[in-house]
Structures are given as structure tokens and as C-alpha cells.
Write a new protein. Structure first.
Length: 1004
């Protein structure tokens, strides 16, 4: 083939140098612009809507708040899923939109929907529903713990608020949220006995407090010379002045608030808190969780936050201590550094392979230059596309090193062959480049085409692997350009005039062994060519075995990584008091604190408890994160009255859902009793399933309740309406907000409730009196009867239907695919017809990925066939080239089985890559066989000659690709366990296919 491109660059070396310098320059500029993160940017368009009505039951929140909002949200375009959780006093609705939906436009639609629903929401809500944009696939990058042994928690919270505002201004920070918040509030706790003595009710007290705390504009006095602004001390800012508020006048004497209530400086939510543990200390804390903006450099943002902390500490009181609970950039830094080292190691190994085959230092340097050139040139493409340096893109570059050099090796080897014919350097470069020009184009385009199917992956997996695919494709295209431009030009200037002249002792010592190997291959190939039928039968058997293995090999998802932390979620008896929950969480904390692998951790307790446990660096502990979980699980579950679910979180929360465990199964039905009954039955079956662990349900129907049956006739006679009864109950037990304090930097609540001793049990209701229409106080017992019962702790909806979500983990050693298949069989036999079940979150993403694997593999083969058919203008040659594919797949799957490794998403991508790698051998054979046929040789002689001539470049390219994959297959270093399946698949596939395709492809 006449390669005009190579001719041009061979004859114009200055132009060649300047083009290469340009590639280097733009690549280095692009490298400096690349952000560093753990994974490609995966931004779920998700909005979290929050609504609060203190004191309302879960049923009330679901019917009066969640349902009203859901009906409006259901009309928003692009809404993929809608899930709500209604518990005592709060409703949380998660709206997840399609990945192509603009989050800002969606937020506007959500605001409009809230406004339309507002008139149907309860009037008693202290504030309208709020919403915020969030990304459930992205965790905060750094957690900061703020604690003090002397300052009140409300004061500590104020400093935390100030710090969060300052940290939010750091470039790259999206938002800073507070955990365990203890925001200041004035708490008015009424004494019902004292109020009864003064003929008062809670509503009167609330009105009096509200009227005495005023902060309104009063105008100005405008004189001829100056203007006076009117100000008054109408606002009360702390508990002490509230005690002096006059709430009534009896017999001419003012009754002050302190006579009927205890007024204290308190916090808004006294049923929530966070604690920071080290190996030898514990303190209640405020946690600042810092989230980065999408696409920003995680390491740079984390460093900027860390650099600011010492400066902020100097402005805090001396008693306040700052500590970094967890810095996600540490694991990212280690993982990226490890894969960068792997990249450099791979470069060295590939160069060594080239040298061992060519055994000439000058000839080794020429193709070796294509390695850094291709990698650096790829940086420019990555920067232009807005990609980042992350585990996926760096893994792509590492693997690319093994085959971007292939094109240069093929060109160099062919030019050396022409030099050995006695040609001049320039002529050998011209002839050699022309001869393999079409081969290079075929290998480059077909290898790029192999990644096209990965671009068809939709949803999250498409986002995750698009960067991987495009990065490899860019590296291959750059390497193809370099092999046809720089390599021939350098060969024409710097290779020896006669390749055999002046060869060193290494070459002379090894050439005999190499020729012996070539001769043995030539003889064995002749033998195989004489037994075509047996070879074809063997190939067919391998093809069938590959299909069987694909069904048999255990299926996995995204391998877990040891990122130096684990999460612990808990479940207690329903209706547990907060103090009892804290007691149990402290017991768990004491166990975790004593574990030798633990460095520090956080405990958070509100309606439920959770822990974030930060482990010591991997080099400082014997156990991996999964082994720590296996060690701690039985110890934590020995604590009475609480269950602990431990997980090693996936590198990315691909399902966009949060739960106690990694995987979820959601049940839905319009028949709520049938739904709840089926959920309980299925949960029991899942707990008995030996493949599953940490099974829990969000159906909590045993929450103790006091139910009031209002005697409406009696209430009417006494002049008390049902609405007034509910208002009185809310004022007494609902933590009612009766006023607002407007501070300099924030707003604080004034809360009304009964004293703790009058709201601790059912007998407290005997003290509640209601104001009738005639002004008399009527005991609650006169108009309502009270009895105990059980009700829901939370009410869940999914897509507006009542739902129950069962969360679970898969036991170590059990394949996810096997566990889900068995669970699906259990679902099919357990659930009644009216109850639907579907996997959600990570489990659903796994099923979607598994469903697409087969057609992606077929599509990859079809794309390769089409590209090769177009290039060769033949229907047959592409089939001949692709005969190596079953051997590659067989080798990859057998290797995964031998190493007890699941066929995860990463391993499957490795198999896709194998299609592109092994077909290179066939291309090199077929191209030279076509040339030999054109020279008049028969098919048998032509393919034999082509295989012998191309034996060295085939071996070089295969071993180079192996050297690129071996470091990944070893699985060492930070995050190495997640990359290992891909490396094993590539190494196993290459070894097996290389051993056989040298014989099978020529037969076909």
C-alpha cells in the first residue's frame, strides 16, 4: 500500500519534529488542567425535599404532607423515580431525574410544584417545604469534628455555622452541612398544674410570648436638620428576659412566665447528637461535612480546606478543638499514586520487552518514544473533553501502554526487515512503512471501534465507562499517528545502515535461540495446517465451552475497595427513647474503640444510630476493611437491644439510594395490609437465607402510640371542637414554635412544650385542659378516651404507592448474581399477585448491567466485523481474523474461575478489550498472506509464510500487552483489588489465545 502520510513525514523531518513538539506541548498543558478524583464525574440530577410538622405522627405526615406534594411532583417532566419517607414530624421526598435532565431547570419545576401544593398543606407547618440539589453518588470529601470540653453545645454550633459559611467560600466547595447540629433555642416548658391554678392554657401562653417578642419597623422622624430612626427593645434574645414576660393578670397581679413554666437556654433538637471517638477519648461534637463541586479536583479542594483549618482555629476560643474525622482525598491520593506508579512500571516493562526482542538499543528507543508521546497526547484530548485523572482514566492509560506501542513495533520490525535485505535507511523506511500502512490503519481503527459499544451503555454505567473508553481510543489514535509519522522518520535517520552489522554480543547470543523458536513454530504450523478438520473441531469445542463458562462463572458488580473506612447502621426496637438509643450506641462505640484496626470514628444518634469508622492506614493494620467487618459484626450484635449492619461502601453509590445495607428490594401495592403482610413474610425468608446478611426493613409498624377517641357529641356540648383538641395537644407535646429570635447572623426558635415529667407517659394527658367556647377549662378526659396501640414509625411511598424496602448485604464468598437470582426465586414463590417487587439501587444497576453484557459483547464483535469488512472489502477475511475471540474469552473466564474472582463490570470490560487485542494478530497474518497471494502463492503457502514473517511482531505486541496488564492483575496497592479482575481477564485471555491463535487463525 502506498502510504503517502509516512512518505511525507520521512522526507520532512523538521515538520515531523515540530508536529511532535506540538503534541507534547498541548498534552502537557492539558495535563496541568486535569482535575484529580477517584472516579469520573457522575452527577445524578437529584433533589431532596424536606417538610416538617413537629409532633405529627408518621401517618399524618404521609397523608397530609407527602401525598399532597407527591401529586404535584408527579407532573414534572423527566422524573425517573420518587421516594418518600414520612416519620414523626418530618417528610423527606427524594426526586431523581433522568441523567440528561438539567438540574437547575428541574429545581425550578420543583419550586413551582411546592408553591402549587402550599394551599393544601397543614397551616401548622412552621415553614414551607424546602429543597436542595444533591448528588447521592457523591460523598463529602472531608469531615471536620468540632468539640469543646467547656462550651455549651449551642455555642459550639454557632461556631460550626460560622466555619461552614467560611468553608463554603473555598474554591471548589459545593456546600458544607452540619451533622449532630445543636442550634440554639429558647425552650419554654409549661407546668400544667401551675397553669390550672391560674386558669391558663397553652394557647394563652403562646400568644403572650409571641406578642412580647416583636421586631418590626417603626419608621423615622424627619426634621429640618437630621433624621432619627426609631428603635425599641421589643425583641427578647435569650431565656432570662422571657422569664419576666407577663402572660396574664389575675386579681390585679401580673402572672409572669416563670411562674407557670421553666424557661431555659436550650437547643432546637435535643433528641439528636454526634460524638467523636479516638482510641482513648470521646466527646460530643459538631461535624462539618464538606462536599465538592462536580468536576473539581478532589485533592486540591481537600488541601484548600485543610490549609484553611489552622487559620480558622486561631479565631476560635482556645477550648475548641478541630480534628479531621475523614479525608477522602487520602485514599484517592494513594490510589491515584499507585496507579501512576503502575503506569510508569508498565512503561518500563514494555520497553524491556521491545529490547529483548529487538536486542538493539537504538532500535528500542524509537518505538519506545511512542509510549510517552501517546500518553501525553491523550492528556490534551482528556482536557478538551473535560475529563479528570481518576482510577478509570489512569487504568485506561495503563492498559493502553501495552498496545499503543504495537503499531510502532509493527512499523519498526518491518523496516528492520527491509534493512536486513540490504536497503538504505531511507528506502527501508519508505518501503517498510508503505508495506504495513494498511495494517496499521486496520489495527488502529478496529481497536478504536471495539470501544464504541461501551458508549451505548446508558445511565450510570455509561457515564462511568465513557471516560475509560474514550481515553483508550484517544491513546490508540495518537499512537497510530505516531507510528506512521515519527517512527518511520526516526528509522530513516538513526537506524544502522545494515541491521546485522555491528550487532552486540546479546544479539549474537540469543539470535540462535530465537531462530530455533521460529523454526519450531514453522514446523508445528505445517503440521496443524495438514489437520484442518481436527483444528476446526477443537475451535468449535472451545466456542461452546466459552458459552457455558459465561453462564457458569459467578457474576459480580463493582468490586469493593479498602478505602480505610467502613459504615455501621443500626436498628433498635421501635419507639425506643433517644436516651436509650444513645446508651446502646455508646456501648457499640466502646467495642469499636478497642479494635486495633480502628483509628477514629463518629457516632450519630437521632431517630436511629449510625457510625462512620475510620481505619488506620492499610500499612499499619493487619486486617483489610472486609476482614474488620467480619471481626466486628458478631461483637457488635452481641449488644442487647440493637442490631448492627456493617458495610464497606462501594467506590461509587451507583444506585443513587441510601439504606442500611448495600442492596435493596422494594415491594409496592395499593393494598397496604397485603403489602405489609407480604413484606414481613419475605423479610423472615431473607433472614433465613444463608447467602444474605444484615437484612432489615423500613417497615416499622410496632411503634407505641396513644390513640385518642374523641366523643364528638360530648365535645360539642362542652364547647370544644376537635380542632381545638388537636391544637392543645400540639402545644403541649409537639414542640410548638411560638416565636422567632432574629440574631445578627441567624434566626433562632422559641419552643413551647410541657415539662418532661408531664409528657413521659399516658398519665400526663390527665393534666391537659382545653379552653371551651365559654372560656372554661375542660379536662381532656371529659371529651376523649385514651388507649395504647401500635402504629408506623415511618410510612414510605415509592412512585406515590405505599412501599416497603428490604435492605441486605451479600455474605462474603457469595456471588452477587447468584444471591439475587435465588432471592428472585424466593420472591416469585412468596409474594401474592397484588404485590409487585423490584430491585432498587445498586442491585438494580447490577441487573441492568448484566442484561446489557450479552448484547454489548455481540455488538462489539459486529462493529469489529463491519470495520474490518469495510477495510478489506471482504466478507470472509473479518471472520478469519475474529477466529481468535473464543480462545480469548475462554482464557479470561477460566482465569477468573481459577482465582475465585467474579465476572464484575471491570472484568467484562477486560473481555471487551481482549476482542481488540487478539484480532491484531489475525490482521498481521492476513495482510501479509494477501500480499503473498498477490505474488502468486497458494493459500497454504501464503498463510504459512505470513505467520513465520510476522511471528516476531505478534509475539512482541502480545507480550507488551501482557506486561501492561500484569501489574493490574497482581492487585497490589491502594484500590488494586477493584482493578484486579480486569487485569486477570486480560492476562488470562492473552496467554490462552496467544498459545492457540498462532495455529487456529491460519487454519481458517
Amino acid at each position: 500500500m502506498n502510504s503517502g502520510l509516512s512518505d511525507l513525514f520521512i522526507r520532512r523531518p523538521v515538520m515531523t519534529v515540530l508536529v511532535m513538539v506540538s503534541i507534547l506541548l498541548f498534552g502537557l498543558i492539558g495535563y496541568r488542567q486535569l482535575a484529580i478524583s477517584d472516579l469520573p464525574n457522575v452527577d445524578f440530577p437529584t433533589i431532596l425535599v424536606s417538610a416538617n410538622l413537629p409532633g405529627a405522627s408518621a401517618d399524618t405526615m404521609a397523608s397530609t404532607v407527602a401525598t399532597v406534594l407527591e401529586k404535584q411532583f408527579a407532573t414534572i417532566a423527566g422524573l425517573d423515580s420518587m421516594n418518600s419517607v414520612s416519620s414523626s414530624g418530618s417528610t423527606r421526598i427524594t426526586l431523581q431525574f433522568s441523567l440528561d435532565r438539567d438540574i437547575d431547570a428541574a429545581a425550578q419545576d420543583v419550586q413551582t410544584a411546592i408553591s402549587l401544593a402550599a394551599r393544601r398543606l397543614p397551616d401548622a407547618m412552621p415553614s414551607p417545604p424546602s429543597f436542595r440539589k444533591t448528588n447521592p453518588a457523591a460523598d463529602p470529601i472531608i469531615y471536620v469534628a468540632l468539640s469543646s470540653p467547656t462550651l455549651p453545645l449551642s455555642t459550639l454550633d454557632r461556631y460550626g455555622q460560622i466555619m461552614s459559611e467560611r468553608l463554603s467560600m473555598v474554591n471548589g466547595v459545593a456546600q458544607v452541612t452540619l451533622r449532630g447540629t445543636q442550634k440554639y433555642a429558647v425552650r419554654i416548658q409549661l407546668d400544667p398544674r401551675a397553669m390550672e391554678g391560674f386558669d391558663l392554657d397553652a394557647d394563652q401562653v403562646a400568644r403572650a410570648v409571641s406578642s412580647q417578642n416583636a421586631n418590626k419597623p417603626m419608621g423615622r422622624l424627619i426634621g429640618p436638620d437630621r433624621i432619627l430612626t426609631l428603635e425599641a427593645n421589643g425583641e427578647l434574645e435569650e431565656a432570662a428576659p422571657y422569664r419576666e414576660v407577663v402572660v396574664a393578670v389575675r386579681e390585679g397581679r401580673p402572672i409572669r412566665l416563670s411562674e407557670v413554666a421553666r424557661v431555659t437556654d436550650s437547643v432546637e433538637d435535643d433528641q439528636s447528637g454526634a460524638w467523636f471517638f479516638t482510641t482513648d477519648s470521646r466527646a460530643q461534637t459538631i461535624i462539618l461535612a464538606v462536599e465538592k463541586q462536580p468536576g473539581m479536583n478532589t485533592i486540591e479542594v481537600a488541601d484548600a480546606v485543610r490549609d484553611l483549618l489552622p487559620e480558622m482555629a486561631t479565631s476560635l476560643p482556645a477550648s475548641i478543638s478541630l480534628a479531621v474525622l475523614r479525608d477522602a482525598s487520602v485514599a484517592i491520593r494513594a490510589s491515584v499514586a499507585d496507579i501512576q506508579f503502575t503506569l510508569l512500571l508498565t512503561l518500563g516493562l514494555v520497553v524491556l520487552v521491545i529490547f529483548l526482542f529487538i536486542r538493539n538499543l537504538r532500535a528500542t528507543v524509537i518505538p519506545s518514544l511512542s509510549l510517552p508521546m501517546s500518553v501525553i497526547g491523550t492528556f490534551a484530548v482528556m482536557a478538551a473533553l473535560g475529563y479528570s485523572l481518576n482510577n478509570m482514566s489512569l487504568m485506561a492509560l495503563t492498559l493502553a501502554v501495552g498496545f499503543v506501542v504495537d503499531d510502532s513495533i509493527v512499523v519498526l520490525e518491518n523496516i528492520v526487515r527491509h534493512l536486513e535485505m540490504g536497503k538504505s535507511r531511507v528506502q527501508a523506511a519508505l518501503d517498510g512503512a508503505r508495506e504495513v500502512g494498511f495494517t496499521i490503519i486496520s489495527m488502529t481503527l478496529s481497536l478504536v471501534a471495539i470501544f464504541i459499544p461501551l458508549l451505548f451503555l446508558t445511565g450510570l454505567m455509561g457515564r462511568l465507562f465513557r471516560e475509560f473508553s474514550v481515553t483508550i481510543a484517544a491513546a490508540v489514535l495518537v499512537s497510530g499517528l505516531i507510528s506512521l509519522t515519527l517512527v518511520p522518520m526516526l528509522c530513516s535517520r538513526y537506524l544502522g545502515e545494515h541491521a546485522l552489522a555491528g550487532r552486540g554480543r546479546l544479539y549474537r547470543a540469543t539470535e540462535g535461540a530465537y531462530q530455533w523458536l521460529v523454526d519450531r513454530y514453522s514446523q508445528s504450523l505445517l503440521f496443524v495446517l495438514r489437520h484442518r478438520v481436527s483444528t476446526m473441531a477443537f475451535s468449535l469445542a472451545i466456542l461452546v465451552a466459552t458459552g457455558v463458562l459465561f453462564k457458569v462463572v459467578p457474576k459480580g458488580f463493582i468490586p469493593a475497595e479498602d478505602r480505610d473506612f467502613i459504615m455501621v447502621s443500626t436498628q433498635t426496637e421501635q419507639g425506643i427513647a433517644w436516651t436509650a438509643l444513645v446508651e446502646r450506641m455508646m456501648a457499640l462505640g466502646g467495642i469499636v474503640q478497642e479494635h486495633p484496626a480502628v483509628d477514629r470514628f463518629m457516632v450519630h444518634a437521632s431517630t436511629s444510630g449510625m457510625m462512620m469508622v475510620v481505619l488506620k492506614p492499610r500499612a499499619e493494620r493487619e486486617l483489610s476493611a472486609d476482614e474488620v467487618i467480619r471481626d466486628l459484626r458478631p461483637q457488635l450484635n452481641n449488644v442487647p437491644g440493637i442490631r448492627a449492619m456493617l458495610v464497606n461502601p462501594l467506590p461509587v453509590n451507583v444506585g443513587g439510594r441510601r439504606s442500611r445495607s448495600l442492596y435493596q428490594l422494594t415491594l409496592q401495592s395499593v393494598d397496604t395490609p397485603a403489602l405489609y403482610a407480604a413484606a414481613g413474610q419475605l423479610e423472615r425468608a431473607m433472614r433465613d437465607n444463608p447467602e444474605l446478611t444484615d437484612v432489615s426493613s423500613d417497615l416499622e409498624m410496632a411503634n407505641p402510640e396513644l390513640r385518642l377517641d374523641i366523643d364528638r357529641d360530648r365535645a360539642l356540648l362542652l364547647g370544644v371542637s376537635p380542632e381545638r383538641i388537636q391544637d392543645a395537644l400540639y402545644s403541649a407535646y409537639g414542640q410548638r414554635e411560638v416565636s422567632t429570635i432574629f440574631g445578627a447572623n441567624d434566626q433562632y426558635s422559641v419552643l413551647l412544650e410541657y415539662l418532661p415529667e408531664f409528657r413521659s407517659d399516658a398519665g400526663a394527658l390527665d393534666r391537659l385542659h382545653l379552653r371551651s367556647d365559654t372560656g372554661r377549662l375542660v379536662p381532656l378526659a371529659a371529651v376523649a378516651s385514651v388507649h395504647e396501640g401500635l402504629g408506623p414509625l415511618s410510612v414510605n411511598h415509592s412512585g406515590q404507592l405505599p412501599s416497603v424496602t428490604l435492605s441486605f448485604n451479600v455474605r462474603q464468598g457469595v456471588a452477587l448474581g447468584e444471591a439475587l437470582a435465588d432471592l428472585q426465586a424466593e420472591v416469585d414463590t412468596t409474594l401474592p399477585a397484588g404485590v409487585q417487587a423490584s430491585f432498587q439501587g445498586n442491585a438494580r444497576q447490577f441487573q441492568d448491567a448484566q442484561a446489557s453484557m450479552g448484547w454489548l459483547l455481540v455488538l462489539a464483535i459486529v462493529v469489529i466485523y463491519i470495520v474490518l469488512g469495510i477495510l478489506y472489502e471482504s466478507y470472509i477475511h473479518p471472520l478469519t481474523i475474529l477466529t481468535a475471540l473464543p480462545f480469548a474469552g475462554f482464557g479470561a473466564l477460566v482465569t477468573l474461575l481459577l482465582f475465585n474472582t467474579e465476572l464484575s463490570i471491570y472484568a467484562f470490560v477486560g473481555i471487551i478489550m481482549l476482542i481488540g487485542l487478539v484480532k491484531k494478530n489475525g490482521i498481521m497474518m492476513i495482510d501479509f498472506a494477501i500480499i503473498a497471494r498477490a505474488e502468486g502463492k497458494d493459500a497454504h503457502a501464503a498463510i504459512h509464510q505470513a505467520c513465520v514473517i510476522r511471528f516476531r511482531p505478534i509475539m512482541m505486541t502480545t507480550v507488551a500487552a501482557l506486561m501492561a496488564a500484569v501489574p493490574i492483575a497482581l492487585g497490589h496497592g491502594a484500590g488494586g483489588e477493584s482493578r484486579q479482575p480486569l487485569g486477570l481477564a486480560v492476562v488470562g485471555g492473552l496467554l490462552f489465545s496467544q498459545s492457540l491463535t498462532l495455529y487456529v487463525t491460519p487454519v481458517f
